[in-house]
Design a protein around this ligand. Sequence first.
Ligand code: 5GP
Length: 129
Amino acid sequence: MATIFSKIAAGEIPCYKVAEDERYFAFLDINPMAKGHTLVIPKHEVNYMFDLDEEEYAGLWAFARKVAMALEQAVPCKRIGVAVLGMEVPHCHIHLVPLQTEKDMKFGNKVNVPAEEMQAIAEAIAAKM
Ligand code: 5GP
């Protein structure tokens, strides 16, 4: 069965899309720990990141780097924090989190961002890609 992230990348479940190419997809985390919290996935469904072949693994990080550079231009921050967990959704993904302080990178943190602002943030990042 397709993962929720595959369904998002396929457009079957809505998301605040940030960027995509033929192989990778980026969208805002629905429960952001900081404004602009973005997830980057391979469209190819693989649970554990280190099961990606070397080429796809390198491509994923190269795509995430482009997204991170756009994200830090679109969302005021000191830097972009990066994490890989995958404890909740079995489709590998990179968390990109705009940080003001290290406390912003805390799993379990939730900031409330209204839908219109989520949309505006996604569009602002997309415009910097
Ligand atoms: P992890 O698997 O790395 O522990 O966490 C999964 C992340 O995916 C969480 O930060 C969670 O908020 C996010 N997430 C889970 N379901 C959805 C969803 O349906 N849409 C979006 N945009 N994010 C999701």
